[in-house]
Design a protein around this ligand. Structure first.
Ligand code: PRP
Ligand code: ZN
Length: 313
């Protein structure tokens, strides 16, 4: 039997956009795994065939479209997708470009997602003198972020030439195409490998959840609100721990003071003693060994720290 050929664009298959939320996510890159993990933690079970660009939500009316990150702002702005998860760097660059071109209405930022942190920075070849933004005067700056770079130069009153490239910015100085670059830095590995030094940060970025400027149907809006609440819950439990310990009643004020980020601990009587109680508390911060040691020194015993999986305020 002849092998079946899949259509080139798998998500050209009609989807029920009227009923289902469509969320655009980077198809392969630094945000992809974090995005899919976040959606899974929000309860989404989706099926995705190998190489397919659409994940169909099986237990929620929500589908994930895997696309190029640079396409996400426009997919959402044009209401092709209801939602998108995209780096603040990509979004801000596109926002400035739209403003310059008089394009609107734009996408709307719903929530920062606390992953995919990186920065857009100016870098120069190792050994080059740097005495502030003025050092860029008259230089050629290679970048894939011309609007953000232009904004920085403008803010500092610097005249320089922006060389807009579509990629491989870090090798532009070696090729003699530029004297400086403005590029994304995460670990700094790419800069080091190319003998470049980061001299100024012009934009701090993290992943953002964005939505279409077009109002959603009541059903879709209700689902969006549920998802936002779940994202909130996911973000809250990230650092949260459930802590249980035994404590003498007399030590309770000190122990409450020591419990990191917990407002109202539960105090439970212990069978067979009136002096000691059990204390249970959700700590909104990580609980370190130092904290446990301090609690023990204050009289606590039988200390137990557990991870928190889900939380609804
Ligand atoms: C950025 C940037 C560098 C690299 C820096 O590209 O252009 O190549 O990441 O990361 P590092 O400091 O950890 O070495 P990215 O992978 O985001 O690809 P894109 O800009 O083409 O989407
Ligand atoms: Zn990209």
């Amino acid at each position: 039997m002849a092998a079946m050929t899949l259509p080139a664009v798998a998500w050209a298959v009609p989807m029920d956009k009227a009923q289902r939320l469509q969320v655009a996510v980077q198809k392969s890159g630094r945000l992809t795994d974090h995005c899919l993990d976040l959606l899974a933690r929000c309860g989404l079970k989706s099926s995705r065939g190998k190489d397919q660009l659409l994940c169909f939500g099986e237990n929620m009316p929500l589908d994930v479209l895997l696309v190029r990150d640079d396409d996400i702002p426009d997919l959402v702005r044009e209401d092709v997708c209801d939602l998108g998860i995209v780096g603040g760097n990509v979004l801000e660059e596109r926002r400035l470009a739209c403003l310059a071109a008089g394009i609107g209405p734009l996408f709307e930022v719903l929530q920062p997602l606390d992953f995919g942190r990186c920065r857009l920075s100016i870098a120069v070849p190792e050994g080059c003198a740097w005495a502030g933004p003025q050092s860029l005067t008259g230089l050629r700056i290679a970048t894939t972020y011309p609007y953000l770079t232009e904004q920085y130069l403008h803010q500092h009153g610097v005249q320089a030439q922006i060389m807009t490239l579509s990629g491989a910015v870090e090798i532009a100085p070696r090729l003699g195409r530029a004297e400086a670059i403005c590029d994304l830095v995460s670990t700094g590995g790419t800069l080091r490998a190319n003998h470049l030094t980061e001299v100024a940060t012009i934009f701090e970025s993290q992943a953002l959840l964005i939505r279409t400027p077009v109002p959603l149907s009541p059903d879709k809006e209700a689902w969006l609100q549920r998802i936002l609440m779940r994202i909130d819950g996911v973000q809250q439990v990230k650092e949260s721990k459930y802590i249980m310990l035994h404590a003498p009643r007399s030590a309770l004020p000190e122990i409450r003071r020591l419990l990191p980020g917990s407002e109202y601990p539960t105090i439970v009587p212990l069978e067979g003693t009136t002096e000691k109680v059990a204390v249970h508390a959700v700590c909104r911060e990580n609980v370190f060994w130092e904290t446990l040691e301090a609690l023990k020194a204050a009289g606590a015993s039988a200390l137990l720290v557990l991870p928190v999986e889900k939380m609804l305020p």
